[in-house]
Design a protein around this ligand. Structure first.
Ligand SMILES: Nc1nc2c(ncn2[C@@H]2O[C@H](COP(=O)(O)OP(=O)(O)O)[C@@H](O)[C@H]2O)c(=O)[nH]1
Ligand SMILES: [Mg+2]
Length: 339
């Protein structure tokens, strides 16, 4: 960040880093452009902000009638507890895994480039939904120009590789290089892990770090253990990894729990005074989030007029009264009381 920016600009940039919804991000970008000091030292950043605004405005406008853009927008609306992108070279089994994990129908093909559009689907683990977004491959032969668009809203990534394919190290290093050029990095630290302290790059609001789980797929073809380590060493990769098979289902049951734990998902069930809690569908927040954050998910107006809450859970006595800043814990039942 240029040193002589205003607190107003800093605030706008901070909000942008946190924003996940495309519309919200666009508003933040406009705030950034409005508040950034207009002088030589910020020219480059101003240009960056402008081109992001243009890109995002076009994405949000969707297909243009009679224009050159056709087909659906490539931004995917976030749903569920988190949005996770499937990234990898062609034919590694991204779509096959997506189908097995979510039941959604993405096209699966023995030939590359079968997947043409972002395809969302839900991975259900216990009562938590994770939105998995299947994507086209990143490949030297061809990569869709919009590939980085759906990654702007993602919370994390599953990097899918086929270790039985001799080309896999080259392919993977191409994927990582392509992403790096777009200032996207796949990183090992997840928000729920204790050592995760990565504050992001102070100088670049557009840098994205996606916590990543490596899926070494097609284990049924190449069940040799130890290969993941070899691959990671070759690429100087240091990511948590799971061996999977979309064919036999091997390893797939580990993905839901991994996401839940490492994203730090916290489930909260709400109740109205005098009634039983609604245990069907939790609201999900993240470790460290507060009763106020839960209220904001229920309704903006409720958050605005939240006075206190009563909580039933592991770290409180039954019906304990807490303030809006009280941290929620997984499994809490929360009764919101308004002014
Ligand atoms: N043996 C085996 N084949 C797989 C596995 N996963 C995917 N495939 C096959 O690999 C090919 C490419 O799969 P696809 O999901 O379309 O790859 P994508 O390009 O990464 O989306 C298809 O023929 C799949 O049936 C797996 O775990 N084991
Ligand atoms: Mg595919």
């Amino acid at each position: 960040m240029p040193t002589n920016v205003t607190p107003e600009y800093k605030k706008a940039e901070e909000a942008f880093r946190k924003a996940r919804e495309p519309r919200e991000r666009l508003d933040c970008l406009r705030d950034m452009l409005r508040t950034i000091p207009k002088h030589k030292g910020t020219e480059h950043l101003q240009g960056d902000i402008k081109s992001r605004i243009k890109q995002l405005t076009e994405e949000l406008a969707g297909p243009r009638k009679g224009g050159k853009r056709s087909g659906p927008s490539h931004a995917v609306r976030r749903e569920g507890a988190a949005q996770i992108a499937l990234i990898g070279p062609p034919n590694s089994g991204k779509s096959a895994l997506h189908h097995r994990l979510t039941g959604a129908r993405s096209e699966i093909g023995a030939y590359p480039f079968t997947t043409q559009h972002p395809q969302p689907g839900m991975l259900v683990w216990e009562d938590v939904n994770f939105q998995l977004v299947d994507l086209p491959p990143v490949a030297e032969e061809f990569t869709v120009p919009w590939f980085a668009t759906p990654l702007q809203t993602a919370d994390a990534a599953l990097l899918v590789v086929d270790l039985s394919d001799p080309a896999c190290t080259d392919q993977l290093s191409y994927v990582l290089g392509w992403l790096d050029q777009r200032r996207i990095r796949l990183v090992r630290d997840w928000p729920g892990t204790a050592e995760s302290l990565s504050a992001g790059d102070e100088d670049d609001p557009f840098r994205i770090e996606l916590p990543t789980l490596l899926l070494a797929n097609k284990r049924d073809l190449d069940p040799e253990p130890g290969e993941i380590e070899v691959l990671e060493e070759l690429l100087e990769l240091d990511l948590p990894a799971i061996g999977t098979s979309a064919e036999t289902g091997h390893g797939l049951d580990r993905i839901g729990p991994f996401l839940f734990r490492n994203l730090g998902v916290v489930r909260v069930y709400t109740k109205t005074p005098g009634k039983d809690p609604d245990m069907d569908k939790p609201f999900t927040v993240r470790r460290g989030d507060t009763v106020m954050d839960v209220a904001a998910l229920v309704h903006k107006d409720i958050a605005n007029s939240l006075s206190f809450a009563r909580v039933w859970g592991k770290s409180v006595f039954d019906g304990q009264q807490v303030g809006p800043e009280h941290q929620a814990e997984d499994g809490d039942i929360v009764e919101l009381h308004l002014h």
